[in-house]
Design a protein around this ligand. Structure first.
Ligand SMILES: [Zn+2]
Length: 86
């Protein structure tokens, strides 16, 4: 009882990024979801990719600088003594 259409694996892989980003149309979304339900290979790949994307986004959020931070850093660099001499 294997109705996995492995030809659609390539299509699903191609849409994985859009799927994770929720940028697929309703039809595409349904097609990908249906495939993920029956295809363990794509499902695990999707989990991997989804996890990776979440991790990257978490990191990006964490290093997002508060407003004014950059200015304070530059000020500190300035007051720490510019180029020696003169
Ligand atoms: Zn597949």
């Amino acid at each position: 009882m294997s109705d996995i259409d492995h030809r659609s694996c390539a299509q699903v892989f191609a849409r994985l990024d859009d799927y994770v980003d929720r940028e697929l149309s309703a039809d595409d979304l349904e097609q990908v979801q249906r495939h993920l339900e029956i295809c363990a290979m794509c499902a695990s790949e999707f989990r991997l990719e989804g996890l990776l994307l979440r991790t990257i986004r978490d990191k990006v959020r964490r290093i997002a600088l508060p407003p004014g931070f950059e200015a304070r850093v530059w000020k500190r660099i300035d007051s720490a003594g510019g180029p020696a001499g003169s």
